[in-house]
Design a protein around this ligand. Structure first.
Ligand code: AMP
Ligand code: MG
Length: 413
């Protein structure tokens, strides 16, 4: 590979990268309460109906429709059933006081909401007479046993990433622990002799040429959100030997090594030769903007991913390439970029040979505004923006055009 080789289009690069990913096969049990973000390694099959029995979806009265053929019929209350109680069969010609979630008494075929009933004087045994002011229809205000989940149904399929709704569903069928894929072990290091860790030096004492290491902070956060166990190897100096040493050590105990910076062609860029010395570099440089200096390879069993140093490039290539890699590594299926056709309220008159990802924000008129500075070093564009316009190579945008908008909220979960 040379710097002059044609840049690989994003979809080809992603397909090649994913073809090299074999899902991890180790599985572990975690408490359902702690399983947010993990990938499910089992089918969850319900051993019961949900809800387990017919129950009321209203506070009101359970009765037989045949007993209230006309509005205004008066019936005696024969029992009171609150949620969590057992119901007795409904005596003929009576009704039962019932509350939301309480089991329907056998024999009842409808619930009339309390707003449609009038409680009359208390009869024998302290239970009232009730006038039913509306005609009842069979099945009304009844939640049927199994209408949510029937016994034996697969409620959650192996390979999905668990989120809040999935955890609730698992709990709803009685699962307090779940089998999940083990977390990928990811080593992260930043390259660059100009980098200083926040906290190591006060802003007013920063030496000339120094900048804070911002990539480390968003990369750790992005990795953790994807369920990874991150080893932070800090800043590695711009030296070949140090780079080789850091990569070799990390490769022994990690599934993935992620680096930022040092992956271009300058004399201070040591990542590429170091990876080639230790393993193989299979992908290098991609036809996207920002994010051209992206690399993928192998060192022993570990995947190597070299992200660009420029913060926006690093962030965007992580979302476009590393995120799908980590999702596949955990045995889940990434559904790809969901671009929503959205109106551009800006012009973009500079076509580029590369596929571009512009930092934009939805406005109150349902269109998109463009962040004025699209430089790959300007992190402010990611903070200001709420998504990216995915612009095919060679295209311009005129105000009013529909463009493909990908929201960060989708890519950051
Ligand atoms: P490089 O890819 O190493 O040539 O770096 C490209 C640009 O990104 C340079 O301006 C670097 O100073 C900057 N950069 C590299 N790494 C980081 C980092 N961890 N945090 C912030 N900026 C960085
Ligand atoms: Mg550098």
């Amino acid at each position: 590979m040379t710097a002059r080789a044609p840049l690989k289009p994003l979809d080809e690069a992603l397909a090649q990268l994913l073809a090299a990913v074999v899902p991890l096969d180790a599985v572990e049990s975690v408490a359902t309460l702690d399983a947010d973000g993990r990938v499910l390694a089992q089918d969850v099959i319900s051993a019961l109906h949900v809800p387990p029995q017919d129950n009321s979806s209203m506070d009101g009265y359970a009765l037989r429709c045949a007993d209230v053929a006309q509005a205004g019929t008066v019936l005696s209350q024969s029992q009171r059933i609150a949620a969590g109680m057992a119901a007795q069969p409904l005596e003929a010609g009576t009704l039962a006081r019932i509350f939301t979630g309480a089991p329907l008494p056998p024999g009842a075929d409808a619930v009339v909401m309390q707003e449609d009933c009038t409680v009359l004087e208390t009869g024998e045994g302290g239970l009232p007479q009730v006038r039913v002011n509306a005609v009842a229809h069979a099945g009304q205000w009844i939640r049927r046993a199994g209408e949510d989940v029937s016994r034996g149904a697969v409620v959650l399929a192996r390979g999905i990433r668990l989120g809040p709704a999935e955890l609730g569903q698992a709990a709803g069928v009685g699962m307090d622990t779940l089998r999940v894929m083990r977390r990928p072990r990811v080593a992260l290091f930043s390259t660059g002799d100009e980098l200083v860790m926040p906290g190591a030096c006060a802003p007013e004492d920063m030496p000339p040429g120094a900048i804070y290491n911002s990539n480390r902070f968003f990369l750790v956060a992005l990795l953790r959100r994807l369920g990874c166990q991150v080893t932070d190897l800090g800043i590695v100096p711009d030296q070949r030997a140090a780079t080789v040493e850091a990569l070799a050590t990390a490769a022994r105990t990690h599934d993935v090594i992620v680096t930022s910076g040092g992956v271009s062609v300058g004399e201070e860029d040591h990542i590429k030769p170091a990876v080639q010395q230790l393993g193989s570099l299979d992908l290098w440089q991609i036809a996207i903007k920002p994010g051209k200096p992206f690399a993928h390879g192998r060192i022993g069993q570990a995947h190597f991913v070299g992200l660009p140093g420029n913060p926006v490039s690093s962030f965007v290539t992580f979302l476009l390439l590393v995120r799908p890699l980590l999702i596949k590594l955990q045995g889940a299926v990434d559904s790809g970029l969901h671009g929503v056709p959205t109106r551009a309220d800006f012009d973009w008159g500079r076509p580029d040979k590369r596929q571009e990802f512009l930092r934009v924000r939805r406005n109150a008129r349902g269109g998109l505004d463009l962040f004025p500075n699209q430089s790959s070093g300007v992190l402010t564009s990611l903070v200001w923006g709420d998504g990216l316009v995915n612009l095919p190579p060679g295209q311009v945008i005129a105000q009013g055009d529909l463009v493909s908008y990908v929201s960060f909220s989708e890519l950051l979960t």
